[in-house]
Write a protein that binds this ligand. Structure first.
Ligand code: PRX
Length: 631
């Protein structure tokens, strides 16, 4: 990157362009749109297949698009098995650092052994192809092994983020009808032990389907283990059943690889389905092209595997591309605010991918912390999860990237599987814009009738064409999938993203934010319905509404409006009690910033809470259109 031009465009340097995997955008983009199936078939040739496809895309039953029909594969075949026969075998697949400073590393050969042993253990516990296994773990290598072990034997993993409470976990276990859970006794965070097995124990009491729990010993605390239900992983792995030889199950390309719960507009969290074939092609291609992966790269996606970013770009994408991944267990500021920068220096990290919240959080400690470390190994930076404000972008670019690392601001969603709008390393960058659609994708900003809005005008972000990484639907809820994503622009057959955006005259996209009741706190996706459900489980509350308000570090924070039951009095003590109630029953990520007690909530005549009115009032802005307000 060079310094910005007059119109604030950051141009890639000659060296970056010379070395980039993809050297040109416009022509290849045009080709990928005109020859979508050919483009994706060519990308699919980078991977190994047990059997090739008869048809690249079956679009006969939209919105249930099928990719690489007739093909046989398994994502593990590409993430691990294939590398055993090349020079990648002895390369490091994973360098992991625990918060206390312990380090473990695994070659691709060792990864194969670990995953095969884990897979054999799961099989011996009766786990079969198509079964859903829940994973609730700290960020330790076994989390990755567990995911890959499930995929290897054709089981479906459902990773639940470790910051969720036992109730949120139980809801997800029950919805997926999962019989097996994999966890750890706990993990380390900010110098303290975060208990996990005790959370799982409580969740299992609420989960009638749960039969088996496998626990990894990480923090060495006493935990309750029940005979016939609970097993320590270290006991199992020493048994003859845990052989390091295990065949990878041959899956149909459209078989389910994983479920991942995410929040939507209404109701309970929904499990998005991703499959082995199309997902493998989409994730490996986007990762290779956007992060410009080279054979010797050390690549660090500092997300949590419990969210889609971790699934696609900590685990599957980098492993399919044979990269060395870095994983860190704990807090970025522990014991000092340069923990991450020390790690960049220690491991010679070339690519760092994180969220605007993390960047803002580290930026507030000033430049001296990063400046004390040698960050010269960095070549590319990435951002994801929420819009990045230009100030944070510039700090990331100047102080972390030393003005030479292009920033890949990637816009995408749990549902899309991988990057949808993203720069390439050769793209001239505008701070705060994810630039243009990735190859094969037609994306537009439209009004309610589906007409494209003018340049720089706000509208609804839609995806007009299918792509291989797209979700195959919501687990057990076909109708909800159609209703949420495919009904607003049914006539046109477009996918509704739930985001509003602008497109400028140069064709660059600028994401504004969610238009539905999804709240993004620190880039984490929460649903107002789930938050409100937990609030009204408190005896003092009859009704509540959760909204997102701007926050300088987290991007957004949760603000709750609540109506008290008769006999309860609004005071600070009750507010604290309610905040604790949210943390206990949903998890620390759902901690509200404030609770305002009200007598009434603004509603439409049909009884829907008008959250935008609450938000406008809280921000001191005009109410907007109140014609549908009931009272
Ligand atoms: O609002 C957009 C925001 O995150 C939403 C998707 O959240 P989730 O499914 O949890 O996936 C997050 C990681 C991919 C989107 O609808 N979002 C994601 N990336 C960006 C973003 N907003 C602005 N810029 C981004 N780069």
């Amino acid at each position: 990157m060079t310094n910005p031009t007059e119109n604030n465009l950051y141009l890639p340097s000659k060296e970056v362009i010379a070395k980039a995997n993809v050297k040109e955008y416009d022509n290849l983009y045009a080709f990928s749109i005109e020859n979508r199936e050919q483009f994706w078939a060519e990308q699919a040739e980078h991977l190994g297949w047990y059997q090739k496809w008869d048809k690249v895309l079956d679009a006969s039953k939209p919105p249930f698009f099928k990719w690489f029909c007739g093909a046989k594969t398994n994502i593990v075949h590409n993430a691990i098995d294939r590398h055993q026969h090349t020079e990648v075998r002895n390369k490091l697949a994973l360098i992991w650092e625990g918060e206390p400073g312990d380090v473990r590393s695994f070659s691709y050969h060792a990864l194969n052994r670990e995953v095969s042993q884990f897979a054999n253990i799961l099989k011996s516990m009766g786990v079969k192809k198509g079964d859903v296994v829940t994973i609730y773990m700290p960020q330790i290598p076994e989390q990755i092994f567990a995911m890959l072990a499930c995929a290897k034997i054709g089981a479906i993993h459902s990773v639940v983020y470790g910051g969720f409470s036992h109730e949120a976990l139980a809801d997800r276990i029950n919805d997926a009808n999962s019989h097996v859970v994999i966890t750890a006794d706990g993990g380390f965070r900010r110098g303290k032990v975060v208990e996990m097995k005790s959370v799982v124990n409580k969740a299992m009491e609420l989960s009638p389907t749960m039969e088996i729990c496998i626990t990894i010993k990480r923090v060495n605390i006493d935990v309750y283990m029940e005979n016939g239900r609970d097993y320590w992983y270290h006991d199992l792995v020493s048994l003859p059943i845990a052989s390091s030889k295990c065949d990878t199950e041959q899956m149909d390309a459209n078989d389910t690889l994983f479920l991942l719960y995410t929040s939507g507009s209404t109701g309970r969290p929904k499990a998005m389905i991703h499959t082995h074939g199309g997902y493998s092609v989409y994730i490996s291609t986007t990762h290779r092209m956007v992060f410009d992966i080279k054979p010797d790269d050390r690549y660090w996606c500092a997300a949590d595997p419990g969210w889609i970013t971790g699934h696609s770009y900590i685990v599957y994408g980098p492993l399919m591309n044979g990269a060395t991944i870095i994983m860190y267990e704990g807090a970025p500021t522990y014991p000092y605010p340069d923990r991450w920068w020390k790690m960049v220096e220690r491991y010679g990290i070339n690519i760092l991918y994180t969220s605007p919240t993390a960047i803002r959080g580290l930026m507030r400690f000033g430049d001296s912390w990063p400046n004390r470390n040698d960050l010269s190994s960095l070549r590319l930076l990435g951002s994801v999860g929420e819009p990045i404000n230009p100030e944070a972008w510039r700090w990331y670019h100047e102080v972390i990237g030393n003005n030479k690392c292009p920033i890949m601001d990637t816009w995408w969603q749990t549902e899309t599987g991988g990057f949808m709008i993203t720069p390439l390393p050769i793209t001239p960058l505008k701070p705060g814009s994810g630039s243009k659609p990735f190859f094969g994708n037609e994306i537009a900003v439209v009004d309610d009738d589906g007409n494209e809005v003018k340049a720089d005008e706000e509208g609804t972000l839609v995806i007009k064409s299918p792509w291989p990484g797209m979700t195959a639907g919501i687990f057990k809820d076909t109708q909800r999938f159609i209703d949420i994503y495919w009904s607003k622009y049914k006539k046109q057959g477009w996918y509704l993203t739930g985001d509003s955006a602008k497109k400028d005259k140069d064709g660059y996209f600028w994401i504004i934010g969610r238009t539905d009741d999804v709240i993004k706190v620190s880039g984490y996706r929460l649903g107002s319905a789930e938050i409100e459900g937990v609030m009204i489980s408190h005896p003092a509350i009859v009704e509540s509404a959760a909204i997102a308000l701007p926050h300088p570090i987290k991007g957004n924070c949760i603000h709750i409006f609540a109506i008290l039951r008769n006999g309860y009095e609004a005071n600070l003590e009750l507010e604290h009690d309610l905040i604790n109630h949210m943390v206990t029953h949903m998890g620390p990520i759902a901690k509200p910033e404030a609770i305002t007690f009200v007598d009434q909530l603004p509603k439409t005549r049909s009884g829907k809470i008008m959250r935008r009115v609450l938000k406008a009032r809280a921000l001191g802005l005009p109410d907007g259109d109140l014609s549908t307000l009931e009272d």
